[in-house]
Ligand binder design. Structure first.
Ligand code: BEZ
Length: 382
């Protein structure tokens, strides 16, 4: 924006200065930025999300639906991690400015694990919390209720595991998976020993915080960490959270095997922060998946929860992922393309297969974005 001073009256003696904003001429069909922002604000107001509950063989499950159904489009279905609910896990990402251009094309179904929804009562003593496999088995009831035949799953931590299990048992209904901080392995005895030792000196909420964030982040105690420490430590449903935590720790091995029978039948994007507690698990998971179907995004400067700390980079990676699946024509992405230079502040790499030599690199100046199929290696650096 530049400021131009103009005389307001004809007589130069009475020079008055007014400041006007120099506007770039709009191209035909182009909507001014302020109008877009107003439209987005109005849309958020008009679309506050509808919360529903359905009964399943393992108890009732609550989910919140945003957007209106689009014919022949899958729903984006999210599943949050332990200690969080759909809002604390996904709101930063789904309300991120550039994300609007993507999600307006999809209905979003945000699942809250049982007892994690806002205002959930504490389960009675002795309540048998569903295992992660049973939580995955509740998903068909949600899709049936909403009459959706397929989804693109976006999960974090325990939620990523649940969506993976669901994708393995219902491959025909999953078109794509974005798995953040996935650990597909059951805890081995070494992990259990470490877990027990940590339990001697830490409370369960502290252990959950150690699962969500790196030790560096926790000791840095940024505003975000203070906020999430409060969310976990002061949760009125902490007893329920501990049950979800216990189910997570008792998860079975997904038994993924490259070239084996147990594998995903859809494109997968694995995401982890380069300092995240689950980095090794995600790297190992990548080694077990089909490289032609898998993209691996290891994010710099993102800590344990990239969807909270780097929504811009994740939005861009999600856009490539959807483009690779044929859902986002690059012509629809003009605003995102224009704003990518502003939204990316440090390097992220999308690494499909470490042994692959092909690299698509993208300059910040280019107006178009590559929409390679999964498995391609993309370096996005600004
Ligand atoms: C959504 O638009 O999908 C959304 C809105 C608020 C919180 C989480 C998701």
């Amino acid at each position: 924006m530049s400021l131009i001073s103009l005389p307001c009256q004809a007589t130069m003696a009475e020079l008055q200065e007014v400041q006007i904003t120099e506007e770039k001429p709009l191209l035909p069909g182009q909507i001014p930025e302020v109008a877009k922002e107003a439209e987005l604000a109005a849309r958020i107001l008009l679309d506050p999300g509808q919360t529903h509950s359905v009964e399943t063989p393992y108890g009732s499950i609550t989910f919140t639906v945003y957007g209106t159904p689009k014919p022949k489009r899958p729903a984006i279905l999210t599943y949050h991690d332990v200690g969080l609910n759909y809002k604390s896990c996904f709101q930063s990402l789904f309300q991120f400015g550039d994300m609007q251009e993507i999600i307006q094309n999809f209905v979003r179904v945000h699942v809250d694990a049982p007892g994690m929804e806002e205002g959930a009562p504490v389960f009675p003593v002795g309540y048998q919390y569903p295992s992660l496999d049973q939580l995955a088995d509740m998903i068909p009831c949600i899709l049936q209720y909403l009459n959706f035949s397929s989804i693109i799953g976006v999960g974090v931590g325990a939620g990523a595991y649940i969506l993976s299990r669901y994708a393995l048992t219902h491959p025909d209904t999953v078109e794509g998976l974005v798995l953040i901080n996935i650990d597909p392995n059951a805890k081995g005895w070494m992990d259990w020993a470490a877990h027990k030792l940590t339990g001697l000196t830490s409370s369960i909420p502290e252990m959950i915080l150690g699962h969500l964030f790196s030790q560096e982040e926790l000791s840095g105690n940024s505003e975000l960490i203070q906020k999430y420490r409060n969310i976990v430590m002061r949760a009125p449903n902490l007893d329920n959270i501990e049950l979800y935590w216990s189910s997570y720790n008792n998860r079975r091995d997904l038994n993924l095997e490259r070239g084996g029978d147990i594998t995903f039948k859809c494109p997968v994007m694995l995401v982890v922060g380069d300092q995240a507690p689950h980095e090794d698990a995600v790297v190992e998971c990548n080694s077990k998946l089909d490289p032609t179907q898998t993209s691996f995004l290891k994010m710099a400067d993102s800590g344990g929860q990239p969807q909270l700390t780097q929504p811009g980079k994740l939005t861009e990676a999600f856009k490539y992922f959807l483009q690779g699946m044929g859902y986002m024509a690059s012509s629809c992405m003009t605003r995102l393309s224009r704003s990518r230079t502003a939204s990316l502040t440090s390097a992220a790499s999308i690494d499909g297969n470490r042994s692959r030599s092909g690299t698509l690199s993208q300059s910040s100046e280019s107006g178009t974005l590559p929409s390679g199929p999964p498995g391609h290696t993309m370096e996005v650096s600004c």
